[in-house]
Ligand binder design. Structure first.
Ligand SMILES: [Zn+2]
Ligand SMILES: [Zn+2]
Length: 282
């Protein structure tokens, strides 16, 4: 159970309309990004049996509004710090009113309560975008969305994770034939945009640790992707069975609450359960 000193996590929501990942352990609770409203974040945490008052800090990955737009509100309301890079804060000032605590994100590992946080620079079209590793004991959760491609630095960080939240943004065929204007297609599909299903699967086939217990695919494009295409790409590159669990996260609902081994500890009674469970193994 939560409170047993081990790491637990849930993707509260993921996609271009708002992202937030909850990581909790050793009495400390963090939100990686605050792209969901305060009310929605509270409701999704409640659906997992968690109180929003337990949040100790927000970590901001980059200034795109689907990640930062509610960070100021959450920080003010709960009276907690929002850790954010200087360039990221400068680029997202409209989401803060200056009364929040916004400590500058260190470049090396640091502690927030019981949890060790490591920012990892990543290729994405933002001022100073980072992924995060959050560790406690033997468990390390990595949150890697909004990733143009997996460079050596990111691959090494992925290799340290026992739990991985990884972007599988689009199907290249759907993106190419879809309705986005050409400059948006070029941005999304570019090396500093968002990673495709195939490229994510290929990168993971090369990079994941034998210790990986759970993979949650995230930031699926509503227009240029489909869970079935994600499953297919991952079966093609990683096989239908892996030594770790595979799940898909969604925009409109939280995943279950997982422990550091990838086992579900809460939230399987949610209406989202059948589809999430269906995603397991594929
Ligand atoms: Zn995003
Ligand atoms: Zn972004």
């Amino acid at each position: 159970m939560v409170g047993d000193g081990r790491l637990h996590f849930s993707v509260l929501g993921s996609g271009s309309r708002g992202n937030s990942v909850l990581v909790t352990g050793g009495g400390t609770t963090l939100l990686v990004d605050a792209g969901l409203t305060l009310k929605e974040t509270r409701a999704r945490m409640a659906s997992l049996g968690l109180a929003m008052d337990s949040v100790d800090a927000v970590l901001v990955t980059h200034e795109h509004s689907d990640h930062v737009s509610h960070a100021g509100v959450v920080a003010r309301n709960l009276g907690v710090p929002a850790w954010i890079g200087a360039a990221t804060l400068a680029a997202s000032e409209r989401h803060f009113n200056g009364t929040e605590e916004t400590p500058e994100l260190p470049t090396a590992s640091f502690k927030v309560g019981a949890l060790e946080v490591t920012p990892v620079q990543k290729p994405h079209d933002a001022a100073d975008p980072v992924a995060f590793l959050v560790g406690l004991g033997d468990d390390t959760v990595g949150v890697f969305t909004d990733l143009g491609h997996v460079d050596d630095h990111v691959a090494a960080a992925i290799g340290r994770c026992s739990v991985l939240v990884m972007e599988a943004n689009h199907d290249p065929g759907m993106l190419a034939s879809g309705s986005y204007p050409w400059h948006v297609k070029r941005r999304v599909g570019g090396s500093r945009g968002h990673i495709s299903n195939e490229d994510a699967a290929r990168a993971l086939a090369r990079s994941v640790s034998p210790e990986l217990r759970c993979l949650v695919l995230a930031h699926l494009s509503a227009r240029n992707n489909h869970p079935e295409l994600v499953r297919r790409a991952f079966v093609d590159h990683l096989g239908s069975r892996t030594p770790y669990q595979r799940w898909i996260s969604y925009q409109d609902r939280a995943t279950p609450l997982f422990d550091g081994r990838g086992d579900v500890v809460a939230g399987l009674g949610l209406e989202s359960a059948p589809e999430s469970a269906d995603a397991k193994g594929g």
